[in-house]
Every structure is written in C-alpha cells, then in structure tokens.
Write a protein that binds this ligand. Sequence first.
Ligand SMILES: *Cc1c(COP(=O)(O)O)cnc(C)c1O
Length: 339
Amino acid sequence: MIIDFRSDTVTQPTEKMLKAMISAPVGDDVLGDDPTTIELENYAAELFGMEAALFCPSGTMTNQIAIKVHTNSPGEVICGDLSHIYHYEGGGIGFNSGLSTRLLKGNNGRITADQVTANINPDDIHAPITQLVSLENTVNKGGGCYYDFEEIKKIKAICDQHHIPLHLDGARLFNALIETTETEKDYGKYFDSISICLSKGLGAPVGSLLLGKADFIKKSRRIRKILGGGMRQTGYIAAAGLFALKNNISGLKDDHQLATSIGEVLKGQSFVKSVAPIDTNIIIFEHTNNYKTEDLLEQLNQQGIKAVKMGHSKIRFVTHLNLPSKTLETTETALSMIK
Ligand SMILES: *Cc1c(COP(=O)(O)O)cnc(C)c1O
C-alpha cells in the first residue's frame, strides 16, 4: 500500500465527483456562457459575501492576477517571509507585475499589523510605493498554521488607513475555517481579494477561484486571458469544484485529526529531531543530522511512504481525503522500519 503524503493535491476525483463532472452542462467560458462555471463563481461569491469570482486553472494564476490588478509598476508588495507568492510562483511578482517584494519575518510566516505599519514606505522618491499587502492562511511553509483573526482585522485597518489593498492567498483557507469560529463571510468582509484552491484538501482535480469586487473581477478576467488562462468547456472541471465546495469542507477536520496522530507517531522515532506544531493538515518535521534528507526520503519511499523535502533537514507530510483508511497503522509500521 502506498501512502502518498506529498501534498493534498494528489487526490483523485471520487465516483460521485466524476458523475457530477460528466453530467455538467457546459458552454464556452471565454465567450461567457458556460453555465456550470457561472454557477460555481456565483456560489463561491455568495459563500464569501463578495461581489464576484473568477475560475482559474491554478492558485498561482489567481494570486498573480490579484497582484497584477491591485498594483501599478513600479511599486512594492508586503508579505510574510514564507509566502507561496514569493517562494513558489517562479518570481512572478517581478515578472508579471514589475514589483519589488518586502518580506517580513513572521511567526511561522504570519505577520503582524505592527510589522506592516513599520514597513509601509514613506512618501519619498527613493522608495518604491507600497501598493499591496498579501497574507497567506493557512501558511503552507509555516506548517499549516493559521492567523488569529483579530490580527487580520488590525492589518486591514492599517491598510485602509494607507489606502493599500489587502489580498489573501487562501489556498487552504478552509483548513483554517474548520478550526476557528470565523466564517467565509468574515474573510470576505476584511479582504479586497481572496484566492482559494479547489484542488487541495477539497479534492477537485483542477482549479482555483479569485474573489473580489465586480470591477476587480472584470479586470482580472482580462488578465486571465492575457496569461492564457481563458478556457472553453470549463463546466466539466467547474462541476468538480462546485461538488467539492458543497461536500468536502467538513471532512477537513478528519485530515487534521489524522495529521495530529501522525505527528505523535513521528515524535517517537529516533530519526526525528522535532515536529513542528500541527494546526491543520500539514506536518513538518526536522530529522536528525545523521541522515541526508534525500536518503531518508528514499528510505520512506521504499516503505511505501511518499513525502517531500521542505527546507533544510525538513520533511513535509500532508494529509488529505484520498488516504486509505488504515493510514495511521500503516505509517506507524513503515516508520519503524527506517534504519
Ligand atoms: C498550492 C498553493 C497555491 C497554488 O498553487 P497551484 O499549484 O498554482 O494551484 C498558492 N498558495 C499556497 C499557499 C499554496 O499552498
């Protein structure tokens, strides 16, 4: 049995999801008449209490479009030091939007309102104009930790004071929502734009959504076309996203419980130096010095455990809805075989 912990993106559509996909009514989304895509966008916009949404092929695209639409080069974007938009989007902030990036050292990637205040540039011809603040929740590279919503409110107040828009990379926002008392609508109220992924823990094969005001989404649609993200019979994949939003949010709690249990098992292994706090479905552990990360990953692979490297001497496991029912027991046995 293979236990694939590489990411929550490895999930495959279930029978029910596939059924929803093949029976979806479709049109041509570039021409604006794909009914299932329109339904998905409207459903998500309503869920977040935001005016409009845009279906895109990836979370990288939704983030990059948001950055582009909110800003005008030259300028600067403020984000946490572990941000996906900085580390994993190929330098797109510079390439697509011509901006510099101000990385703030966060608490596992989470930044504070005071830090934002201290890093908004003054009106001085030497300094790039601060044009956007972007938060990530949950923080992927931060071990899936989530923000205290009170801090988000404070950050929003600072942004408003300086007329700077606030974007959320909410690829795994639902993982935070299931652990806290806030709702989608609370987030919709405090962010100018939000990106969510349907293809992570929610289990859809493809797709992300960008949410925002109607005029922002209208501009975003134009940028999506420029980036080559205008697609035709998208209803087939939008149907999977709609199914995921309607059926797969509550199951994230199970992923979190499994992650916590696996974290406990990892703590007892001799090759594990430390396990980062587990808030949601991401487990990051540091291994002892007597291994090379690549060798340890290979040993895990031979025991049927697939995982990825996440920084120096660090390995990441992610739990998701496609893991077999005996995952905990199988993982425990496999880990005990590591030499
Ligand atoms: C996965 C992810 C994205 C989007 O990645 P794509 O592979 O482009 O869909 C964006 N932000 C975070 C934090 C992510 O984990």
